[in-house]
Design a protein around this ligand. Sequence first.
Ligand code: FAD
Length: 189
Amino acid sequence: GDSQESNATGNNTSAPLPKGVVLDKDGKPCRTCTSMSSWRALTKQAKSDPSTSTNTTTTSTAALAAPATPSPSEIPSDCPPDVEALGRSTWTLLHSMAATYPERADTKQQEDMGGFLKLFAKLYPCWVCADDFQTWMAHPSGRNKPKLGGRSEFGWWMCEAHNEVNRKLGKKEFDCRFWEERWRSGWKD
Ligand code: FAD
């Protein structure tokens, strides 16, 4: 079932939200926008003082019942994804789409991929991520427009898109010369 039930109307009277908790546009905590560690802090807060809780009740019972708190990056495999698990899976999909893109794409193939990316950037289930990604793609100079002529330029573009998010999050940038080894051919021994 849905593990993100809500029972309150807002966060007006409650303790401040733990760091990193992102609210949805309807004011409820957004699980797919929030890391597991922040989510746990939120559910802990809600449990310790339910009267002033934010409008979340629980994560899954499996997560709460765990005797020892797993490290923040470990989410039980049958629980909904946090922002990081969702991101990792999505990058796998996106880079794999680039890795299997035609070496030279015809007009229809380019249109299809362009349409996919546009909708993807609109529908990605972490809204803050989606908003930023759309803004980046739509840079007025046109410099971040998807490059869809063929696999090589599309793979490079995807790598740059990913690096943009890496920079925003303070992560290390990936050297895009190696995108194909990482996502298509595998590393040479
Ligand atoms: P990931 O960044 O998920 O990368 C997975 C693997 O890809 C890495 O282990 C590495 O081998 C490889 N890799 C890394 N960089 C590149 C690259 N440039 N090119 C090719 N391969 C690479 N999270 C937020 O908290 N806030 C956001 O606003 C946000 N926006 C996102 C927007 C999009 C479109 C997507 C798909 C994800 C977003 N995320 C966001 C999630 C974030 O990018 C990471 O997926 C998440 O933090 C987990 O990071 P990670 O360190 O496990 O590796």
